[in-house]
Design a protein around this ligand. Structure first.
Ligand code: AGP
Length: 609
């Protein structure tokens, strides 16, 4: 997905746009561009590369003018070239557009416009919008934009400026996220909130099929039938520091080290006197919760791994059958859903297109929808019956870390609450489980304090080309998550497997070059089995890195390398066991000089299918 930013005010736009765009770069980073209105002319600078590289080539700060827009691209339509970088313009260079999303009917529209004599200079779907506005322009820019939008099919977050209206910034949204930032004698449009936090905390969330007209001291919003809309101004809780690196080398490392604080904030206000207080966050009566016959959890990527841990928790303690679905598969299957089915959507960004579509599919079929989302005001948040926020703060690193552990804690809170409602968890057990939860922040900190020891192990393995992660029971999803973290930031091929499944194939991959990371924490379920799985790896010459419970002498004897986590209840182990895997992946990627925060080919939230 791309990042778009727009500004209209009294100050020079370019320096503000550069600063905000850099905060959006994690969204997509294969090319960048900027346009400002200078003396009633559109001045555009754009090129291929990350923002800093492009800025060095084209010098954005030379652009003059108080109205402007900028864009950071994640290519979907058209190769990564200078011509395909945004902004895109009309034939007379009087209208300029930046866009995030996909115009599905762009080729038909382009054909019609070419027949009318329009000249195109890029392969993108976006350029069609500039020519469509030009084609519909009869003196009113908002009118022309609205007419153009009525012909468009697909997703868009749009910024439009024109030399015809130098003091105005236009915006529109359908599916792709877009917020309006309200400042003093200046206003902003942005793909997300963290990018404009150091300029304002007052935002308006545009809804689908809405058009906004911004001047330096006014914002008007209309629907596509030209009805004026009254919109709520929201005050953002996050502060700008949270969106900064605060001295860490990478956002990912900062976010890994924020986890103890994040878990404290995630449980804050939700635990009291040995009880769980999330009743008000779930818009369902106790009777409705008792009637839930089945839960389907839909998600993608790391959030899908959180769902697998949630399945374990809910079936174990709330005794509700759970199915975990890849959102992208779920939405194209004709899932059987009835009124006693609850669907939980999990998403850090709240904008993942597949998860949003799965949620809508479930809603259409009458399911009750609750979501676990980190970004307030996001599409999934606003389209869910209830949202329980994972309070991780802004997560900028593309590889999700703190959002994952806070999702697990939220799933645990929901589980205990449902178990209590259903009369399955006696008071004393709830008190004990809350006690275990409250231990987590300090225990997480003790794992983080081992960072140098974990870095030592990274130095032993960073040149490897493959890795295998093994876990059992509630820790199988953590093996998947460990493998995903290594894959997405170090580009080492890694796979996660249920440890017992190894014998049915992957064991063929094992040799002395294959590091095998095994989650071997103490429990009274599969611990002994995991020990024999470690022996199986050894017998094929594999090197085992074990994640073990502090003080466990048995694993120490059989594993080649030992990373420790403190003991807590079995069901909370994943929240501790994932931390050494996050750090291992981080240090390996850093030793390989990978761009940890902006890994190749990835984007923080995938808002296109
Ligand atoms: C995880 O590190 C990745 N960034 C990716 O797999 C991510 O979890 C997935 O795209 C889902 O994102 P969401 O939680 O924002 O919906």
């Amino acid at each position: 997905m791309c990042g778009i930013i727009g500004f209209v005010g009294e100050k020079e736009a370019a320096p503000i746009l550069i600063d905000c765009l850099k905060r959006l770069e994690y969204r997509g980073y294969d090319s960048a561009g900027m346009v400002c209105i200078d003396n009633n002319s559109l001045i555009i600078r754009k090129d291929v590369g990350k923002i800093e590289e492009v800025d060095k080539k084209v010098n954005f700060s030379e652009l003059k003018g108080n109205t402007g827009m900028a864009h950071s691209r994640w290519s979907t339509h058209g190769k990564t070239t200078k011509e395909n970088a945004h902004p895109h313009s009309d034939c007379k260079d009087e209208i300029s557009v930046v866009h995030n999303g996909i115009i599905e009917n762009y080729s038909e529209l382009k054909e019609e416009l070419v027949k009318k004599g329009h000249k195109f200079s890029s392969e993108t779907d976006t350029e069609v919008i500039a020519h469509l506005i030009e084609d519909n322009y009869e003196g009113c820019m908002r009118g022309a934009l609205t007419k153009a939008l009525k012909k468009i099919e697909g997703s868009y977050a749009l910024g439009v400026i024109s030399s015809k209206k130098p003091d105005k910034l236009f915006a529109a949204r359908n599916e792709s996220p877009l917020v309006i930032g309200l400042g003093n004698n200046e206003n902003f449009i942005s793909s997300d909130v963290p990018a404009i936090l150091n300029h304002t905390k007052k935002v308006i969330y545009l809804d689908n099929k809405e058009v906004a007209v911004l001047t330096k001291d006014n914002v008007e919003i209309f629907d596509l039938d030209n009805n004026k809309k009254d919109k709520k101004i929201e005050e953002i809780e996050w502060n700008v520091e949270q969106a900064e690196k605060q001295g860490y080398k990478h956002y990912m490392l900062k976010e890994i080290f924020e986890q103890p604080q994040v878990i404290t904030e995630t449980i804050n206000g939700r635990l009291k006197n040995g009880d769980i207080l999330i009743k008000d966050e779930i818009d369902l009566s106790e009777d409705e919760i008792k009637k839930i016959k089945r839960i389907i959890i839909v998600a993608c990527g790391t959030s899908w791994h959180a769902a697998l841990v949630g399945e374990f928790m809910l079936e174990e303690l709330a005794k509700i059958p759970v199915e975990v679905e890849y959102a992208s598969e779920f939405r194209y299957r004709d899932p059987i859903i009835d009124k006693d089915t609850m669907v939980i959507a999990i998403s850090q960004s709240g904008e993942t297109a597949d998860t949003l579509a799965a949620l809508r599919e479930a809603k259409k079929k009458g399911a009750k929808i609750i979501s676990i989302v980190n970004v307030k005001g996001s599409s999934i948040d606003r389209e869910s019956d209830s949202t329980i926020y994972s309070k991780a703060g802004p997560e900028i690193g593309v590889a999700s870390t703190k959002a994952f552990t806070s999702q697990l804690v939220v799933l645990y809170l929901i589980t205990i609450y449902f178990g209590k409602i259903k009369g399955l968890l006696p008071k004393e057990q709830i008190v004990n489980r809350i006690r275990d939860l409250r231990k987590l922040p300090l225990q997480m900190q003790s794992v983080l304090d081992d960072k140098e020891y974990i870095k030592l192990h990274a130095k032993k393995f960073y040149k490897k080309t493959n890795a295998l992660y093994l876990g059992r029971g509630i820790n199988f999803p953590i093996a998947l998550e460990g493998a995903l973290k290594l894959k997405e930031i170090s580009y080492i091929h890694a796979e996660g497997y249920p440890a017992a499944e190894m014998k049915h194939g992957p064991i063929a991959l094992i040799d002395k070059e294959m590091p095998v990371i095994v989650i071997a924490t103490k429990d009274n379920r599969t611990y002994k089995k995991v020990l024999s799985n470690i022996e199986e790896v050894h017998s094929r010459g594999g090197k085992v890195i074990a994640i073990e419970t502090k003080g466990d002498e048995e694993v120490k004897k059989i594993a080649d390398h030992n990373l420790h986590i403190p003991e807590n209840s079995y069901i909370l182990t994943p929240i501790l066991a994932v931390i050494p895997l996050q750090l291992l992946a981080y240090y390996i990627a850093d030793l390989r000089n990978c761009n940890v925060d902006k890994p190749r080919n990835l984007a923080k939230a995938v808002v296109v299918e």
